[in-house]
Design a binder for this molecule. Structure first.
Ligand code: ATP
Length: 261
């Protein structure tokens, strides 16, 4: 059975059908890219999956349990996580303190306890940092980290809730190609090690082709294609929606095709 099953999902804003009856599934251990040009409905879909936006129509099931109609906090407790950027106020905390905060909040402990409990969950936080390669920088303030390292800490924070499904909205935005590849390779490793599913939006086709197990393509709220990235590369509808946006897929050269075979 799929971990996530989305059927007939729809949302309109005034007369605009932002998401128009889409269906897709996602299995544990899978990285699924959600792509599409600006205004295609990607953010609206994300916001319905984690409960920030109520759906007008359709169903979103996690392990057979309906998410539509539930509050974001309940959906988070059921195992749907989301990466959030470390807020400015948290930049003053150290790397390990940021992860401890996430663990404490997951335990529903009062924030007020924090000051008295600086060691609380430290070992657990260090174990999470180890998984993202940031244990050695645990006691540095987040404010001094390189951008790629901040992204790793954000991943560790998202892991504190042990999500079954992690939503990542443009995880590699603003990153240089090397950092981008490192972050996605790490994400893929976490997906495998934890048998977790990831749904991510991405503007870089290089990232999608290199790391996504499957991709779904939205255009004007409709799902126009679904499949393995390299199989969809030359799909006429996918070519069409990207045409003129500067993000057209390049046709594979004979040499590249031979290399991939
Ligand atoms: N709160 C809102 N109120 C009114 N219209 C909205 C709202 N949110 C989204 N829309 C409209 O719904 C459509 C889909 O928007 P959405 O943000 O989901 O697209 P997207 O694929 O995430 O785009 P981008 O890549 O630019 O972030 C667009 O036409 C957008 O203008």
């Amino acid at each position: 059975m799929s971990l996530l099953k989305v059927s007939g999902l729809g949302k309109s804003f005034g007369g605009v059908k932002a998401v128009d009856g889409i269906h897709f599934e996602l299995a544990a251990g899978e990285l699924l890219a959600l792509i599409g040009p600006n205004g295609a409905g990607k953010s609206t879909t994300f916001n319905m999956v984690n409960g920030q936006l109520p759906a007008d129509a359709g169903s979103i099931q996690l392990n057979g349990q309906e998410l539509v109609g539930r509050k974001p906090r309940d959906i988070w407790r059921m195992g749907v996580g989301r990466t959030f950027q470390i807020a400015e106020t948290f930049a003053s905390l150290t790397v390990v303190e940021n992860v401890q905060m996430a663990l404490i909040s997951n335990d529903n402990r009062l924030f007020a306890m924090w000051r008295k409990a600086a060691d609380h969950k430290r070992d657990e936080a260090l174990a999470l940092l180890d998984q993202v390669g940031m244990k050695s920088q645990a006691d540095r303030p987040c404010s001094v980290l390189a951008y790629g390292d901040v992204k790793r800490v954000e991943l560790a924070i998202a892991m504190a809730n042990a999500p079954k499904l992690l939503l990542m909205d443009e995880p590699t935005a603003g990153m240089a190609p090397k950092e981008r590849n490192e972050l996605m390779a790490l994400t893929k490793q976490l997906v495998i090690d934890r048998n977790m599913a990831v749904l991510f939006t991405e503007h870089s086709m290089d990232v999608v082709f290199a790391y996504a197990d499957r991709m779904i393509v939205l255009a004007r709220g409709r799902l126009i294609a679904e499949g393995k990235p390299l199989e969809l590369r030359d799909h006429p509808k996918v070519q069409e929606v990207y045409f003129g946006t500067g993000k057209t897929f390049e046709k594979k050269t004979a040499a590249a095709a031979a290399e991939a075979a």
